[in-house]
Write a protein that binds this ligand. Structure first.
Ligand code: SF4
Length: 354
């Protein structure tokens, strides 16, 4: 295979057995510190121009995973390859040129914007740091063009973050991330704090930017409907691990893991024909300080097989084209037999409105 072919087919990002463990507590009177397994052996890859949606309940480790990939949190073990280079152990100075191509959009852009900086200074700062502008007038011109691209007026440059609405602030956060011409963006719950009508606008903006610039996204969210709309593939995370990965087209009819099925059944559905029987999960997500033995989902799983599920930890296994599941029973028998999409349904494509 030629180098060109290699470059075209090589994933932009490859994560292998990534773990992020934190020490918690400990001390003279409290005994040995405990280990929080926030991310516990995660592997996946992401192609150029692709969106992988990462979904799961609060506290499942998805935001920690996103930040670990960017090395904003140091990994405990495993590897992260970006553009073919292992960045897991690069020093901060070695990492600096790579940072430009790996950015993050936060849930709360207000928290990430300096309230004393004008929008021009906030968006232009990163361009200056990375030497992407020749002089001040070049910077002004580029900031104005970026603001226009994300749907704000260039006059917004002179204003401060508190003068904007939540949706406008998220547009500023997106402009700031784009300022350094990234290839990969972790979108960390970028619409969770916004009104539903504004959510659609921001999601559609991110999708347009992807089409235009060939960006790759790791789109982190707890709302399965939003993730399904925006993603090409979906990874479902539970207690620090990915339990199912599947193409977006397979989610509606072919998801197999009992946790994915429970998340799906909780999504409100107006069409009674599409409504699924609600699967209630008992109890809360267990503490990552002491995850249950075997399958960590077994205390809440409605079909757990005791003697097996509470002893053997399932691993991700292929069950179809690009479809992986970590469940002893779902690998053997589909728990949710696939149905054919009705003619004309957009299950295989991405629309612009959800
Ligand atoms: Fe449920 Fe067992 Fe599958 Fe885990 S391995 S999801 S407990 S059936």
């Amino acid at each position: 295979m030629s180098n060109v072919q290699n470059a075209e087919t090589a994933p932009l990002l490859e994560v292998r057995d990534l773990a992020t463990h934190f020490r918690s507590g400990g001390g003279l009177l409290r005994g040995a510190p405990q280990v929080v397994r926030a991310v516990d052996g995660v592997s996946f890859s992401l192609a150029a121009g692709e969106t992988l949606g990462l979904v799961g309940e609060s506290g499942c480790g998805k935001s920690t995973l996103g930040r670990t990939i960017l090395r904003l949190i140091e990994p405990s073990s495993g590897s992260i390859r970006f553009e073919g280079r292992d960045i897991t152990r690069l020093s901060h100075s070695e990492l600096r040129p790579m940072r430009r191509r790996m950015q993050i959009i936060f849930q709360d852009p207000y928290g990430s914007l300096n309230p004393r900086m004008t929008v021009r200074a906030a968006v232009g700062e990163a361009m200056r740091i990375h030497g992407l502008v020749k002089n001040s007038s070049d910077e002004t011109e580029r900031v104005a063009a970026l603001l226009t691209r994300v749907g704000l007026r260039p006059e917004a440059m002179a204003r401060y973050p508190h003068e904007f609405s939540g949706g406008q602030r998220q547009r500023i956060g997106i402009a700031r991330a784009l300022a350094v011409e990234p290839r990969f963006i972790v979108a960390d719950e970028p619409v969770s704090a916004l009104d539903v009508s504004i959510q659609a606008q921001i999601v559609n903006l991110l999708m347009d930017l992807q089409d235009e610039l060939g960006l790759s996204y790791l789109f982190v969210a707890h709302d399965l409907k939003v993730v399904e709309h925006v993603s090409h593939r979906i990874a479902v995370m539970y207690l620090g691990r990915i339990v199912e990965v599947l193409p977006k087209a397979a989610l509606a009819a072919g998801a197999r893991h009992p946790y994915t099925l429970a998340l799906q059944s909780a999504v409100p559905e107006l069409d009674p024909k599409k409504r699924k029987k609600r699967t209630l999960l008992h109890g809360d997500v267990p503490s990552p300080l002491s995850p249950p033995a075997g399958c960590t989902f077994h205390p809440r799983c409605p079909i757990a097989e005791l003697g097996r599920c509470d002893r053997e930890a399932p691993v991700l296994r292929p069950v179809g084209d690009g479809h992986l599941v970590a469940c002893h029973l779902a690998v053997e028998t589909p728990l949710n037999p696939p149905r054919s999409p009705s003619p004309g349904t957009p299950e295989a494509g991405r629309g612009k409105v959800f």
